[in-house]
Write a protein that binds this ligand. Structure first.
Ligand code: 2RA
Length: 341
């Protein structure tokens, strides 16, 4: 028996990636429905090489009979439709920030806390973490198991695709405009400053303490997924890269650790690929991780300024492991272990 799947936000960056990953991984689906706002209704959207779906209207869609909803619209849209879909009997796996901190909604990265999926029965909703958190916790989990993490200091280098298709267009058009000396390059809508040939230390809104919400999310989500005792401070930066987030991470442990053991623990961890040759080309950059599933760890080395601390560079495709792939992986565990395949 296969499942009836609905993909909400099917025309967006993440929605389109979800459809392709469902096809790529042969998800056991009998039917897949693409949903979006009324202005996209009737639009045709591809799913893998062979299938084309016609977008239907989320506002009027009847979720009865739908088993799993994979959702990536805006947070306000999720707040409205997800409880409606769950009340109709579907399990919603939601990519927005709306439900992530709800204690009755599990926040899941399958390589890190797959057991939390069991909590879906409380509200019929499972939250997918923020992209920058997902790749970080996949890399932190084996290290935490090895020597208990006390504190993490992270600086992110986040690609524009995290801001959606319009953000990617803004980078493209500004770059072209600057090269062609076209005044239209000044067009700035998604970002608060010019993103072409620049970096912007500001993602999401400012909080009262001066942190941005993106930085706050990394802190609260890491605690919820991995361990509430871990202290984390982040600086999140947007960079002119289309796909793939990079993170420079400093980790302080509670107990002494051995650098080789840390490397081995990361090599053995699910979802992690260690590429670390300490030579030209011996590390991974966002351009190389685009389209890939793994979380790549490079530049692993002890931090000489502190006892029991190490530095590493973590990159991953933010649209795949950071969003769509993680969502589909949650659905795979849900289907296999909870809903009965
Ligand atoms: C970003 N964290 O990169 C967001 C996407 N979820 O802007």
């Amino acid at each position: 028996m296969g499942y009836k799947i609905a993909v909400v936000g099917a025309t967006g960056n993440v929605g389109r990636e979800i459809l392709n990953i469902l096809a790529e991984r042969n998800f056991p689906a009998d039917e897949v429905v693409a949903l979006a706002s009324s202005r996209s209704v009737g639009r045709e959207i591809s799913m893998g090489e062979d299938d084309v779906l016609k977008v239907q209207d989320l506002a009027t869609f009847d979720f009865s009979g739908t088993d799993i909803v994979l959702s990536s619209p805006g947070a306000k849209v999720s707040a409205e439709f997800a409880p409606r879909a769950a009340a109709a009997g579907a399990v919603v796996i939601d990519n927005t920030s709306h439900f992530r901190t709800d204690p009755d909604v599990p926040l899941v990265v399958p390589e890190v806390n797959p057991g939390a999926i069991a909590g879906y029965t409380k509200k019929g909703i499972i939250a997918n973490p923020n992209c920058s958190t997902i790749q970080l916790v996949v890399a932190l989990k084996p290290l935490h198991d090895l020597a208990r993490i006390r504190r993490v200091v992270v600086a992110t280098y986040q690609s524009v695709s995290g801001g959606g298709k319009d953000a990617m267009d803004e980078l493209f058009n500004q770059t072209r405009g600057i090269y062609m000396n076209d005044p239209a390059h000044k067009h700035q809508n998604k970002f608060t400053k010019q993103i072409a040939f620049n970096v912007i230390p500001h993602i999401d809104i400012f909080m009262d303490d001066g942190a941005t919400k993106e930085e706050w999310k990394m802190m609260v989500e890491t605690k919820k997924i991995l361990d509430p005792k871990i202290k984390l401070t982040a600086t999140c930066v947007r960079v002119p890269v289309f796909v793939g987030h990079g993170e420079a991470v400093n980790v302080e442990f509670e107990t002494p650790f051995d650098e080789d053991q840390a490397r081995e623990a990361l090599r053995a961890a699910p979802g992690v690929s260690v590429i670390d040759h300490r030579a030209d080309e011996g590390y991974v950059t966002p351009v190389e991780c685009a389209g890939e599933d793994a979380v790549y760890v490079s530049r692993l080395r002890a931090d000489p300024t502190m006892d029991n601390a190490l530095n590493m560079w973590v990159v991953s495709d933010n649209l795949r492991k950071g969003a769509a792939l993680n969502t589909v992986q949650i659905a795979e565990v849900l289907a296999a272990d909870y809903l009965g395949a």
